[in-house]
Design a binder for this molecule. Structure first.
Ligand code: BGC
Length: 893
């Protein structure tokens, strides 16, 4: 039987606020028990109603195997309209599916905006400093509603209430973007919040990234000083008539009970001041101000919203040696604490958040720096009260409780985990529990740092979209979760914030200009190698993992500009040997002291030129993919010149690299900058450098992600396993044995003696070194994409077992469905491999150390097994070409 499941439009299930100006893209997954199932044709219908009586658009039967990101060309979309769609398919064995159940997408306001609403703000001089404004309006409904939609955004953050009920499940809206250029608005279906008669509509505004503290210099108002709201409610009645409610001068504003709310600092809420929107007695309402702000920068929400993803219960409540009452969540998490409290009117309880305890077991906050992470709640008094904050999040495992009275119970607290609601796609389990914990820590690093933008860390006064960190982690991230919409939004911000010359600021969204430069290398600069390369590496990775050609096309100019920027630096266009760079950030091989040591020992211009070559090679591939043949030639030639210049500069007369660090050798190999006998020497030298360090790594942000992949692909897979299995410093598992539940910024964030590496710059939730995750999926489990048939249309399965592991179970939910590779080495020397290839894709699997003769698949001669279209001996084992289906190979080693 052939069926279709999981319809999505622009990666989302039934999305609201789709851009009516661009042809939306539909994806679906085929389901079939048969092996080697390929889609032969599809048909899509679009209708204004769910019964499809009179389709608005019909693709007809299209002979195509495309089932991912199919563009709805030629369909004229109106703004503010819901479109239902359904799909059917035919496969290569003549099977025909039924029509799917209808799914829908709904378009947003016309883009750029035809907004009738006006920007409104509370008269700030009427508010006490720091207090969050509450805005309100009223309207009547006297007819039956067919549908009702709100389009809304803010300068700052907003939370909407309709008839005193919180609207929607999104948090930290409208999100963080390049505010001067792009501001997202959200779309909510609000029919069920409305009723006949008088309705109240309110918006609470917070400072957020726009106006609150941001950056490490205790600075505020990075983007603007006025919190403001822009909102339209469109109601359509069953009789066809319409009613609109706009933000305008009819609205009123008052102080809210939120006395302070700030992303870094926390929140103070006074429950005695709580009121509902109808209240005219206890609160003083003022007329709102109309303010001028662009409406042409508005774009519909592009990434998945931040939502409450899960909740966790604390595991311990105790008094530290210093006598402080502290709660242990058992997990370094990001979000906030929901708590229940009983006490006196006017009593203020405090919750202070931290990541770690010091060596004495006391509460430790130095690494949080100026971010206070403090929640204060002033009680109404009487019955028990439950509280959750509004516009702040904390990165924490431990919470100090202050001024709570009476018995405090663990049951009163729940950790609410919030992050962008990306689809979880990767699962990995193996026979070594410490590695499973490492995988868990990597996943939690992503959860904590994918809160609307990819950040470096979620706790101290930073939490910024550092480009280097994003570039380093994007491959791992894209195994663990579907990152396409998340990076689509962020890359558009990158493009918007790129300098006219093509430079890429250190973090995206960029902050004030004074933040965008580094001056500690003589000159001031805004772009660093391996950081700015995010402009190229991220879109290419998304293309490889999801086959998203539109994103590649949209970013192409930005990618080219980055290369042009580098080309223009210094006198030699083929080397990048000028300017400030972060180098192999936080590597362990520097002989310098203090801050200078953080740049690592690898020559920073070596790193810069290596990445210049790599990014140029990727832009060449992008040009070829997009059909820009001339560009592809240009970048091919440029790449050749860079590689030549690199060799002239850094390869010595005895065929060695002049930069004697692990990272220098890793980059030369990973980026293909050396070949032949030089390559052999470089491989040997890398092994020597590792051996000198007792087979331990010394790499920083830049070298670490490629270290194990390079070892596995150069015939040193066992050495890669050895590096992974170390539990002593420096290694990935060192921190795991120290009790880490996320990934640390420093290899020795906590030293053997319990002391900290660095007071001020020691995050315990920094995902850069979690980039080993890609190696776990791509090499240990062996699941990899094919850049010529991206998005896992063709799947490479090449597991690389190594010493210390007896089994691995891994799966990846691709755009086509689940692919999986489980391997199991039994005691009697038998290898059992379970491989799954989803319908409408093909695979090629390398069965490690298998021999062709007599190879069986589920008991049958593999050669004859259904779905296997080719089989041959190859380097390292047997290669089988697979159609879709699940296969079990078992063979003696
Ligand atoms: C951040 C990073 C970032 C780095 C740049 C740090 O403060 O936390 O992870 O990439 O600065 O060197």
């Amino acid at each position: 039987m052939l069926s279709i499941s999981q319809l999505t439009c622009e990666y989302k299930v039934n999305p609201l606020g789709i851009d009516a100006g661009a042809a939306p893209r539909i994806s679906w997954k085929l389901k079939s028990d048969a092996r080697a199932c390929m889609q032969r044709a599809y048909r899509i219908q679009i209708s204004a109603t769910t019964n499809f009586d009179q389709p608005l658009w019909d693709s007809g039967q299209m002979n195509s195997s495309q089932s991912v990101l199919v563009e709805l060309h030629g369909l004229q979309l109106n703004a503010r309209s819901r479109y239902y769609y359904r799909v059917k398919a035919w496969d290569n064995a003549g099977r025909e599916s039924l029509w799917t159940e209808p799914a829908f997408f709904q378009t947003g306001l016309q883009n750029p905006g035809n907004w009738e609403a006006e920007w409104i703000a509370a008269p700030e001089k009427r508010l006490r400093a720091g207090v969050c404004p509450q805005l309100r309006t009223f309207f009547n409904i006297d007819k039956e509603i067919a549908n009702a939609t709100i389009y809304v955004t803010a300068l700052g953050l907003y939370e909407l209430q309709l008839n005193d009920e919180r609207v929607g499940e999104h948090y930290f809206t409208p999100g963080w973007s390049s505010y001067a250029n792009r501001l997202q608005y959200q779309t909510y279906d609000v029919k069920n919040y409305l009723h006949m008669g008088k309705n109240s509509l309110g918006a609470l505004l917070g400072d957020g990234w726009y106006k609150g503290y941001l950056g490490w210099r205790n600075d505020k108002e990075m983007y603007g000083s006025k919190r403001a709201l822009l909102l339209e409610l469109h109601i359509r009645f069953t009789d066809g008539s319409q009613q609109h409610v706009y933000s305008n001068r009819d609205w009123q504003a008052a102080e809210s009970p939120v006395l302070m709310s700030d992303i870094y600092m926390g929140e103070h809420y006074d429950a005695r001041l709580a009121y509902n929107l109808n209240d005219d007695n206890r609160v003083r309402w003022y007329e709102v101000d109309l303010i001028q702000h662009s409406k042409t920068i508005l774009v519909p929400q592009e990434n998945e919203p931040v939502t409450k993803i899960e909740s966790i219960k604390p595991i311990k409540l105790w008094h530290t040696p210093d006598g402080e009452l502290v709660l242990d969540m058992g997990q370094n998490m990001v979000g906030w604490l929901r708590f229940e409290v009983r006490g006196q009117t006017g009593q203020t309880v405090e919750l202070i958040h931290a990541e770690v305890l010091d060596s004495q077991g006391n509460f430790y906050r130095e690494n949080i720096r100026a971010a206070q992470q403090r929640i204060q709640y002033t009680l109404k008094g009487g019955e028990s009260e439950v509280f959750e904050p509004h516009f702040t999040f904390q990165g924490f495992r431990y919470v100090q409780l202050k001024n709570f009275s009476g018995e405090v119970s663990l049951d009163d607290f729940t950790g609410v985990v919030l992050h962008s609601s990306l689809e979880r796609t990767g699962n990995f389990e193996c026979s070594e529990p410490l590695i499973n914990q490492l995988h868990h820590n990597i996943l939690w690093g992503q959860k904590g740092n994918f809160l609307d933008v990819p950040t470096d860390c979620p706790q101290r006064d930073e939490r910024m979209g550092w480009t280097g960190d994003a570039q380093v982690f994007v491959r791992t991230a894209s195994y663990l979760m579907n990152t396409a919409p998340f990076f689509t939004k962020w890359l558009r911000d990158l493009k918007a914030d790129q300098t006219p010359e093509g430079g890429v600021p250190f973090y995206i969204p960029n902050l004030k200009e004074s933040y965008s430069i580094e001056s500690n290398w003589g000159e001031t600069h805004h772009s660093s190698a391996a950081w700015g390369d995010a402009a190229v590496i991220c879109p290419w990775t998304i293309y490889e993992m999801y086959g998203d050609k539109r994103l590649l096309a949209q970013q192409y100019e930005s990618m080219k500009k980055w290369i042009a920027y580098i080309y223009d630096q210094g006198d030699n266009p083929y080397l990048w040997n000028t300017g400030f760079h972060y180098g192999d950030w936080l590597a362990l091989d520097s002989d310098k002291e203090g801050w200078e040591a953080y740049y690592g020992a690898t020559d920073r211009h070596y790193v810069a030129t290596a990445f210049y070559a790599y990014s140029t090679s990727l832009v060449r591939k992008a040009a070829a993919t997009l059909g820009y043949a001339e560009d592809a030639d240009y970048f091919q030639t440029l790449y050749g010149s860079i590689v030549q210049a690199f060799r002239k500069e850094y390869v010595t007369s005895d065929d060695s690299l002049s930069v004697p660090t692990q990272t220098a050798h890793v980059l030369a190999l990973q980026f293909g900058l050396v070949e032949g006998s030089v390559k052999e020497r470089v491989i040997q030298k890398l092994k020597d450098l590792l051996a000198e360090a007792g087979d331990h790594l010394k790499t920083g942000f830049v070298g670490t992600p490629y270290l194990n992949p390079v070892l596995s692909t150069t015939g040193n897979n066992d050495l890669a396993y050895r590096l992974l299995f170390h539990t002593d410093y420096p290694s990935w598992l060192y921190q795991v044995t120290k009790g880490a539940t996320t990934v640390w910024e420093h290899w020795d964030g906590i030293k053997e003696d319990g002391s900290f590496k660095d007071g001020g710059m020691a995050s315990f939730n920094h995902y850069a070194y979690g980039s080993i995750g890609e190696w776990l999926y791509r090499f240990v489990a062996g699941i990899g994409p094919d850049e010529d048939k991206p998005g896992f249309k063709h799947i490479h399965i090449k597991p690389m077992p190594g010493p210390g592991l007896s089994y691995v179970k891994a799966s990846l939910e691709t755009m086509y469905g689940t692919t999986a590779c489980n391997w199991n080495l039994t005691n009697n020397g038998t290898m059992e491999l379970h491989i799954t290839i989803p319908p409408n894709t093909t695979g090629e699997a390398i069965l490690p150390a298998a021999k062709l003769e007599g190879l069986l698949e589920s008991g049958r001669l593999a050669l004859k097994a259904e779905g296997i279209t080719g089989i041959e001996a190859c380097d390292g084992g047997v290669k089988v070409l697979l159609g879709s289906g699940s296969y079990i190979f078992s063979y003696a080693l």
